[in-house]
Design a binder for this molecule. Sequence first.
Ligand code: NAP
Length: 434
Amino acid sequence: MKIYDLIGIGFGPSNIALAITLEEQKQSGYGIESFFIEKQPNFAWHANMLLDNAHMQVSFLKDLATMRNPSSHFTFINYLHQKNRLQDFINLKTFFPSRHEFNDYLTWAASHFDHCCAYGEEVIEVLPEKRGDEVALLRIRSRNREQVVHERLTRNLVISIGGQPRIPESFAPLKGDPRVFHSNNYLKEIKHHPHAKKIAVVGGGQSAAEIFMDLHHRYDKAQVDLIMRARAIKPSDDSPFVNEIFNTDFTDYVFNSSDQQRTEILNEFWHTNYAAPDLVLIEQIFNVFYRQKVAGIERHRFLRRHEVKQAVSQNDGIQFVLHDLNTEQDRTATYDAVVLATGYNRDYHKLLLAPILPYFGDMQVDRQYRLNSVAQFKPSVFLQGACESSHGLSDTLLSVTAVRTHEIAQALISASNQTTSAQLKRAMPSALAY
Ligand code: NAP
């Protein structure tokens, strides 16, 4: 069986950026043969959150390549040039393109790598391949839509699978109920509820805010309850000094800090990214409620400081027991559809790696995003987007992606040089002895 230098699980922005870096390294003479496996049938970037008015929250200059190599073919500016839109984009005078356009850019970039990406295959297992006492390779098992299982061998692995929908515990019993869905599936699911009269949106982050406004425009009359535990919707702080935490050199600072300092940094800046919609969006929501007051009609409700204590499936809807955290009172409300804009978990890689977890001890990563392993475990396993606790808040965002892939590529090249020289030593001991 063919042995790849690197297999990547997932083909979203992080692994596309890595494919680009490796391609450009090839032009400098470093050949890493890589292959990527993507669950979706074709490239799509959060397809179910491509709302009409949604735009990027990160500057287009933090694209797949510019921060690493501004003269790359794969910059957003070159994409615009190729599409004959560069001048029009300049006239837009924005750093924040629509998500539709950025998705198109990512699709364009991904299309250059169709020869080394299997779409529509879900990785189901990562198994160790032993040579004597050593784990020399990894066997990656994936299953396609026709349930056919594929196996591939690799010397190294990079996992870049994004987040998995976080479902609050009170909603666990409703799994499979089509009236309850996560923001991750919003556009796909909401179209099944054209006649909904009461809709709940749970959460107070960018997803909840975007979905609230989308529902407000999508329906003429439906009532939307925006339900969150916080006292207020707070904006993301993207002022320049704060934004420096997303600079690439800040990663060094976070990584080299003590555990306690790192926790303090994460806590201090948590709201730059989480539960923090754009100010403009917050103002739009406030405006909706203000206009309701002027008209004297209470269509939507803003249920701040409310927690969903219980959610029960009934014939006429999903009944919530809503706990008011201010008054400690409970009340009930019934909804035709419920959107859980409750964020994402980023620990699914542990499940994928279950058969080899014992080789990784406490699952710490080094500066180059590689899981520390015992000496007998030879492959390097890198994580992209799951190292926030060690590398800082930029880890789950586009901010450092281009530069991070350079760091991973360097680690791969030096690991592959070491392997080659070890193989040479084994193959030609006498030649090397001279
Ligand atoms: P998020 O920022 O993590 O917010 C999740 C929200 O769900 C928070 O308000 C949180 O409230 C609430 N929540 C979590 N668990 C809960 C529970 N058990 N019960 C009740 N509420 C709960 O998630 P997100 O809005 O999906 O954003 C995720 C990332 O995607 C962010 O980086 C965001 O910027 C990005 N994003 C970008 C765009 C764009 O570029 N246009 C669009 C959407 C999202 P608590 O604070 O009370 O825990």
